[in-house]
Design a protein around this ligand. Structure first.
Ligand code: SF4
Length: 252
């Protein structure tokens, strides 16, 4: 008898459950805020990545998206949003940032995480953009990855948010939850992945393209509220029938 094949993940069911939950969570927040339902779109408070908010406010300007993505790493959403706006007011283009001394960039972005390193990286990135790319952020994964401080998560966010290209932004939440669900697979075998990069490569093979951009936004909020890193709230989960609880030792 052959080995048992892993069941195909029900992506439609998973995404539907997450979207329904998200809408309900946002409606609850709106009621708490104003005593009435409202739809202000994504905000930093709603749990959407602050970069998405910046992208919308700056009409998907690639420099604004790239700069705020750099600031967002290891930084709280609300800090990223405020410091991105302060930075972009003074340096709305790579050219204007290049003209600023590093010390001034540090002051503008403080207290984002690793602000000193980020100030230096921003300056180097601005120089690369001016010298090699005619002042424009390149819409190319490899060219973005060649910039200091730019990893796959940053490059994917820039490509999807600024250029409306296909990409899957895998952060710790997407990595953790897809592993717990047991949906990662190569061929017809279930696998676990060790890093967000590995998870991204697997998802590029198995996740329907129509969900590539939405999966991050859905799983980040879910990971912050329900499928928490330590002891997830499985009793409140909206997709228990889709989850193998792989590696979950303790839950609430
Ligand atoms: S059942 Fe638990 S581990 Fe699985 S997705 Fe839901 S909260 Fe996460």
């Amino acid at each position: 008898m052959g080995k048992k094949k892993a069941a195909l993940p029900d992506w439609d069911g998973i995404v539907k459950a997450l979207e329904k939950w998200r809408k309900a969570a946002q409606a609850d927040e709106a009621l708490e805020d104003n005593g009435a339902l409202k739809d202000n779109g994504p905000t930093a408070d709603s749990g959407d990545p602050s970069v998405t908010t910046v992208a919308e406010r700056y009409r998907r300007d690639p420099w604004a998206v790239l700069a705020s993505t750099i600031l967002s790493l290891r930084t709280k959403d609300e800090v990223t949003l405020v410091r991105s706006e302060a930075l972009l007011k003074k340096a709305p283009t790579a050219e204007t940032l290049l003209a600023l001394p590093v010390e001034e960039i540090e002051k503008l972005i403080y207290p984002v995480g690793f602000y000193r390193t980020k100030a230096q990286n921003l300056k180097k990135i601005a120089a690369i953009i001016m010298e090699n790319h005619q002042g424009q952020v390149p819409a190319d994964m490899d060219l973005l990855l060649a910039m200091p401080g730019v990893g796959r998560k940053t490059a994917n966010l820039v490509l999807t948010e600024a250029f409306d290209m296909d990409g899957i932004c895998v952060d710790i939440h997407v990595h953790r939850i897809t592993n717990r669900l047991g949906v990662l697979r190569t061929g017809n075998r279930s696998v676990q992945s060790k890093t967000p990069e590995e998870t991204e490569m697997i998802l590029r093979e198995i996740l329907p393209k129509k969900y590539w951009k939405r999966i991050n936004m859905l799983l980040v909020l879910y990971g912050q509220r329900i499928c928490r890193p330590i002891s997830p709230f499985c009793s409140r989960c909206v997709m228990p029938e889709h989850c193998g609880r792989v590696g979950v030792e303790r839950n609430r």
